[in-house]
Unconditional design. Sequence first.
Length: 307
Amino acid sequence: MSHPVPLRTIGDVQIFDERMAPMALPSSTLRRLGGGAMWSEGPLYLLDGSVIWSDIPNNRILMWKDGNVTDWMSPSNFTNGRTHDREGRIVHCSHGARAIVRTELDGTLTTLVDRYDGHRLNSPNDVVVKRDGTLWFSDPPYGIMSNHEGYQAESEQAGNFVYRFDPVTGELTAVVTDMSHPNGLAFSPDESLLYVSDTSIHPYGDEGFHHIMVYDVIDGVAAANGRVFAVIEPGCSDGFRLDTEGNIYSSSLDAIQVFAPDATYIGRIAVPEKIANCCWGGPDRRTLFITASTSLYAIDLNASDVA
């Protein structure tokens, strides 16, 4: 896909549609906060003003705080994506454990789910929490394809699915079963839509997919009517986030690509490294933190995430 010439640039934000202009500020400049990682993933802003993120091949979680980068957990059992649950605990996707694990408020770890239909999961990749407290997560095979980001093993599942886990009842349901390699995922602000990226182009080259799918959420517990929302080029949509207006901020090979709810490509934030994921943070939740290859970046915008 060849993108049009931007209408103009505000700060470091390229504007392709006037709907993007209100989200950009003259002070919206990309800054590198720190690095030293081999492959950065799974950023999460913490209430103390720090950001933690995964350095998956080095089997650790890094922390940026007060301008410094330190190890937050090492080894980390090859964690990838993460989020907060409704009680403020951190929920991680663990490639090594092939499980969803939770850091309790006292720092201890609890395995929430590691099997579906009696068989081990592949390697949970990204997770979001619905307002009802259920966890929805993707389970592609990247952590078991080699020892680079986990432990090489054969898949025990019939496919690579998106699951819904109820931590109260312990029920695990496969809600999306028609994708090749589901990866990043997020709900629309009203939770009526579920967006899921397919990154099967990553191991399979030109034969794989590099698009974001969107599904209707049925009765809050199921997903149906999957269709392609946007094709991401160059690269693929490893991870993404939405703002309060339903705009999608997606990773790609060389930029955060921004799409309106109607899938119009409206903005671009160039990043000098291959991007994996992003999250909202800062005191007013208007800073987009970006994990890209070796580094953590940030840019302040006039937009924020859903509380």
